[in-house]
Design a protein around this ligand. Structure first.
Ligand SMILES: NC(=O)c1ccc[n+]([C@@H]2O[C@H](COP(=O)([O-])OP(=O)(O)OC[C@H]3O[C@@H](n4cnc5c(N)ncnc54)[C@H](OP(=O)(O)O)[C@@H]3O)[C@@H](O)[C@H]2O)c1
Length: 251
């Protein structure tokens, strides 16, 4: 598959795993995020056929510039992976409106900007794949992350509506919904719990695994493999879907 894939949030965690997976399958990959350093580090591990491009998904001008740079090197974006995201935690009554807005800006409006900018090229080509990294927080509520839940539910709503609008254009639009993934963020949260509560690593880990029937964290490579399948020719009839990657926790 020598297609051009643009992955936002590609410098770390799940985005880096997706970039690696798609690159391994022969895609030319544009890695987008705000900080050049992690993007360049991922690009270095991949070797050729990829480029690190700084861009802020909340800023339309910045998104357009990033897409222009990406397109100049590898042609129109054929695969868009919306992975950039933030997940602040706070009880609802303590959330400042500016922080609420920031969460929606990245997790929802960022998806809006990138998807809208990618869509014209996909329509002209009569082929496209858009996958948003949503969350089990798109499917159910979780306490103390109301902004995250609201933004991820909304991103799934956008996915479903756009899938219907593009159904006859060769473009599919889907979301994957992981539960807790074994990334730096989750590992840091485990360390944080250990420091603050004196719990052991196994006890702190349990906080993240107890809701999973499989009793474990998800690997970023498992999310990447599902994304890869959604981007394949064989998944051409799969659109508007929310694929839960959660060890059965929403079953
Ligand atoms: N880890 C989990 O357990 C889990 C579970 C379900 C869903 N998810 C979702 O998976 C996605 C990736 O999460 P992760 O766990 O891999 O976390 P992560 O390592 O923090 O990745 C988030 C990425 O988004 C980028 N980003 C943040 N704000 C941005 C902006 N305004 N413009 C462009 N890029 C921006 C960050 O790079 P810069 O800071 O350099 O911009 C970073 O590379 C998120 O959408 C998250 O909600 C994660």
């Amino acid at each position: 598959m020598s297609r051009h894939a643009l992955v936002t949030g590609a410098g770390t965690g799940i985005g880096a795993a997706i970039a690696k997976q798609l690159h391994g399958e022969g895609c030319n990959v544009s890695l987008v995020g705000r900080r050049l350093e992690p993007l360049a580090a991922v690009a270095k591990t991949l070797g050729g056929a990829c480029q690190a491009i700084t861009g802020d998904v909340t800023d339309r001008e910045s998104v357009e510039k990033a897409f222009t740079r990406a397109t100049d090197s590898f042609g129109p974006v054929e695969i868009l992976i919306n992975c950039a995201g933030v997940a602040p935690t706070a009880p609802f009554h303590r959330i400042e409106f500016a922080d609420w807005q920031k969460t929606l800006d990245v997790n929802l409006n960022g998806v809006f900007h990138c998807t809208q900018v990618a869509l014209d090229g996909m329509k002209s080509a009569g082929w496209g794949r858009i996958v948003t990294i949503a969350s089990t927080a798109s499917l159910r509520g979780f306490a103390y992350v109301s902004g995250y839940c609201a933004s991820k539910h909304a991103a799934l709503g956008l996915t479903r509506a756009l899938a219907l609008e593009t159904a006859r254009s060769g473009i599919t639009v889907n979301a994957v919904c992981p539960s807790y993934v074994d990334t730096d963020i989750v590992r840091e949260a485990i360390q944080d719990i250990m420091t603050k509560t004196g719990r052991s690593e196994a006890e702190a880990l349990k906080h993240f695994t107890q809701s999973s029937p499989q009793g474990r964290l998800i690997e970023a490579s498992e999310v990447a493999a599902s994304v890869s399948w959604l981007c394949s020719e064989n998944a051409a009839s799969v659109t508007g879907q929310a694929i839960a990657i959660d060890g059965g926790s929403t079953a």
